[in-house]
Ligand binder design. Structure first.
Ligand code: TXE
Length: 480
């Protein structure tokens, strides 16, 4: 059985305890590899390596950092097929999505920050009368980057690329449910000549290895993506230690469809924003609000297209939805279907677990599910389900649509469908979300700030924001 190991101080090593956890292929429901059950001792080794590497890496010329990161991106592209296959097996996502989205985006993340390192500049404030201030930024030190299971290599690289570009050294921890591509990535970093200790990857459980990273006094900043409950716990540990925190947490995103939309585009893209990656994307639009006059027509077309989606073996190119990430997660998602019905919801399509044939017979598959008949306040519409489940509800006025959109504790993203330009801007300004997409979804420009309001997080990733996060400011005032 394949053993994943930690990447510490430039070497691939087993956890000090010798203990491993089972890593399951969710499409087969079977253990297929072992992942280190790392402890605080492994984290200690990783932090020491990162501390040792920090002085040299933080002083390495930006141009040199660019060259190494660029090489890593080249290697990801060279190994695209192998990495996509590994991601699909580890997570249950379709191979087609891993090939078209996850792995290409991992390479883009690295390339984007490889070049950004050279364009990051200081500010100056000149007082004509008597002084000049200049504000410099220094890499903040050893940082912790903790990522989730839904977009494994995509989100892991989204954090470590700006950290490394800024001159920080990193202790990273991918999700214990999807560790494989981060392990393959560590080999690429070695091949690209990343100096020892600059990036360290410690595998293991969140409450053990993850918590040890958060608690370590030498880790100065934490960039975390995951559930809101975990985010609260991390904030409670890190805040009294005055660590810098970037938290990208859950979402319960509204998708507002106005009667004046481009109907076909709205339906087609709402299917994407509902069910891409089995609905396991924090940006998925799980609450669809449709203007009354087109509600019946939209619902009918949406259900028809949902029924046409193929749930199946993630390794088949024709599959639209693969397996959910774990048995536990599938039980959680299925539990919400029971709740939705108790709350008075009617399932128009889906609602069942699926038993596939052949090697996927024991996998965690379920039908994409559409629910109607619920109000915006019920638990089904307030809590993050994080699976292929959406609700559709009608609204009458623009004000009502905005109120519904803002009715949850979350504020990550929102999607609007309307051909009325004034309305689009008016609504965009009133919806309390960090990201608004008008007539599109998951249309990303890596320069833009990424993150949420309210319980969807603290801080923003992306563009300069991430480089600012991984650096510390110093203002120097010179009296003329
Ligand atoms: O995430 P966790 P889980 C949501 C989604 C999902 C729920 C739980 O609703 O059902 O979160 O998923 C590490 N200290 N999202 O349990 O636990 C953990 O090992 C330090 C939304 O998988 O938040 C993993 O590496 N680290 C989300 C990472 O945190 C800790 C994507 C995320 O795990 C830790 C995924 C601790 N105390 C789930 N506890 C999104 N917004 O994209 C856990 N971890």
């Amino acid at each position: 059985m394949q053993k994943i190991v930690n990447y510490i101080n430039g070497k691939l090593i087993e956890p000090l305890s010798g203990q491993f956890l089972e890593n399951i292929n969710p499409a087969e429901g079977k253990v297929y590899s072992l992942v280190p059950d790392s402890t605080a001792d492994d984290v200690q080794l990783a932090v020491e390596a990162a501390q040792k590497a920090f002085p040299a890496w933080s002083k390495t010329a930006a141009e040199e950092r660019t060259k190494i990161l660029w090489k890593i991106a080249d290697l990801i592209e060279r190994d695209l097929d192998q990495l996509a296959l590994a991601e699909s097996i580890d997570n249950g996502k379709t191979i087609s999505l891993a090939k078209s989205l996850d792995i290409p985006r991992a390479a883009s993340n690295i390339r984007f920050y490889a070049t950004a390192a050279q364009h990051f500049a200081s500010e100056a404030h000149v007082n004509e009368e008597d002084s000049v201030n200049y504000t410099t930024r220094f890499p903040i030190g050893v940082v912790g980057c903790i990522s989730p299971w839904n977009l494994p290599l995509y989100l892991f690289t989204w954090k470590i690329a700006p950290a490394l570009a800024a001159g920080c050294t990193v202790v990273g921890k991918p999700s214990e449910l999807t560790p494989m591509t981060a392990y393959l990535f560590s080999k690429l970093c070695m091949e690209a000549g990343l100096p020892a200790g600059v990036l360290n990857i410690v595998h293991g459980l969140g409450g053990k290895a993850g918590q040890a990273i958060i608690e370590h006094p030498a880790v100065t900043a934490i960039s975390f993506t995951g559930g809101t409950v975990t985010g609260k716990k991390i904030a409670a540990t890190a805040a009294p230690m005055f660590k810098k925190l970037s938290l990208e947490l859950g979402g319960k995103n509204p998708n507002l469809v106005f009667a004046d939309c481009d109907f076909d585009q709205a339906v087609k893209n709402s299917i994407r924003s509902s069910f891409t990656n089995q609905g396991e994307i924090c940006l998925c639009g799980s609450r669809i609000f449709v203007e009354h006059s087109i509600y019946d027509r939209f619902t009918e077309a949406f259900v028809k297209q949902t029924k046409a989606l193929v749930v199946g073996d993630p390794l088949q190119e024709a599959t639209n939805l693969g397996a959910l990430v774990s048995e536990m997660h599938m039980k959680k998602v299925m539990g919400y279907l029971t709740l939705a019905q108790q709350e008075g919801g009617k399932i128009l399509t889906g609602g069942h677990a699926l038993k596939l044939e052949g090697h996927c017979a024991q996998g965690y598959f379920m039908e994409p599910t559409v629910i109607v008949g619920l109000d915006e306040k019920c638990r089904t519409n307030q809590e993050e389900i994080f699976g292929p489940v959406v609700t559709i509800m009608p609204f009458d006025t623009e004000e009502q649509a905005i109120a519904y959109a803002n009715s949850t504790p979350y504020g990550l993203s929102a999607t609007l469908w309307t051909e009325n330009l004034k309305r689009a801007h008016r609504v965009a300004h009133q919806v309390k979300s960090g990201i608004i997409w008008i007539n599109c979804w998951l249309h990303r420009d890596l320069r833009t700030p990424f993150g949420g309001m309210k319980q969807s997080g603290v801080g923003r990733e992306g563009g300069w924001e991430a480089l600012r996060f991984f650096t510390e400011l110093k203002n120097v005032c010179v009296k003329l």
